[in-house]
Write a protein that binds this ligand. Structure first.
Ligand code: BTN
Length: 322
């Protein structure tokens, strides 16, 4: 159905029923299913059914070509629908069914149980974004991987900035924002030994072309690449570039650690030098001015009690009292 509607034209329910050799009721059911997957489908009685914006399908051959790397470097697996690309890799890790030589990358057009940080859900309509997870093996132990999520943010920033989009920044630790609206998120889940080796499942979600129906469901200020650029950007190209960039940064991170990236990361931080509130898990709020990050990616705040660093918490700009 989506392939037929992807021509951007209006199709009458009758012509679709004829094409698919099914009843009108089945066509209406299919359209309601598309709406369930948050596809931006327009269905006006008397005018017909069409897609608001075409979907450029993900394609593993194109993605592999855009990485400009040897094809055996990544093992690309594409799903139309999956519960969560992170869940898929975590369960493979548990069953020890991941091949070690190439890094598995799981990509999906839609997730039924997309997960965000701190137990939140990650929602994105069918074909509206890029949702993928990559499994990366480190010789380092779990305890040496702090800073990893900040480094992954750097890879995303480098790629998105290559599209000359203004005002793309990072909010500590790894929210990718455009004009303070969330554009992309990172969920990293680590398994392994304290002293190594370890494996990181790195899940990334980037909003490309959010359907109107999904924005109110997300419950935070979100944006997407088509709104900020005015163009439909090819997800295959972005993913190809991002995989090569991830390969570079993960390799450098394994060798040098986070300190190697610290200066670059601070230059991307949207809250550097700002007065913020940091809410830490015990509910306590710490107020201070953001003063960089430590060599392992903890945020530094200049507080009334001096310069302090924190590994966890949520920051928000402190409203100015007039
Ligand atoms: C966040 O900002 O809260 C992190 C969002 C991470 C979402 C991605 S989408 C692909 C991968 N699979 C998931 O279930 N989550 C991550």
């Amino acid at each position: 159905m989506l392939n037929v509607l992807n021509d951007g034209l209006n199709h009458s329910a009758n012509s679709l029923a004829k094409y698919f050799k099914c009843s009108l009721a089945s066509i209406h059911f299919l359209v309601s299913q598309l709406q369930k997957y948050n596809v931006d489908v327009v269905n006006i009685d008397g005018y017909g059914i069409r897609l608001n914006k075409p979907i450029v399908w993900l394609d593993t051959e194109l993605i592999a070509r855009h990485t400009l790397m040897k094809s055996e470097r990544f093992d690309l697996r594409l799903f139309d629908i999956i519960d969560s690309t992170n869940n898929y890799l975590l369960s493979q890790l548990k069953r020890n069914t991941l091949i070690q030589r190439s890094s598995p990358v799981v990509i999906a057009e839609f997730q039924t149980n997309g997960r965000g940080r701190e137990g939140r859900i990650w929602q994105c309509g069918f074909g509206n974004g890029l949702m993928f997870s990559l499994c990366w093996r480190f010789e380092k132990g779990v305890s040496d991987l702090s800073g990893l999520s900040l480094v992954v943010g750097i890879a995303i920033l480098r790629v998105l900035r290559s599209y000359s989009i203004p005002n793309i920044n990072i909010k500590w630790p790894n929210d990718i924002l455009c004009n303070y609206y969330k554009l992309a998120g990172i969920l990293i889940e680590i398994r392994g030994e304290v002293c190594g080796p370890s494996c990181a499942v790195i899940g990334i979600g980037i909003n490309f072309n959010l359907s109107k129906s999904i924005i109110p469901l997300i419950g935070q200020r979100v944006t997407d690449l088509s709104s900020v650029t005015g163009n439909l950007i090819d997800r295959n190209l972005v993913l190809g570039k991002l995989l090569s960039e991830l390969y570079n940064v993960l390799d450098d991170f394994a060798y040098y650690g986070f300190s190697y990236f610290k200066k670059e990361w601070i230059s991307y931080h949207s809250y550097e030098g700002c007065e913020v509130d940091l809410i830490i898990p015990n509910g306590l709020t710490i107020t201070g001015i953001v003063d960089g990050v430590t060599d392992d990616g903890a945020i530094c705040l200049l507080t009334l009690e001096g310069r302090k660093s924190f590994n966890v918490g949520n920051i928000s700009i402190r409203p100015r009292i007039q």
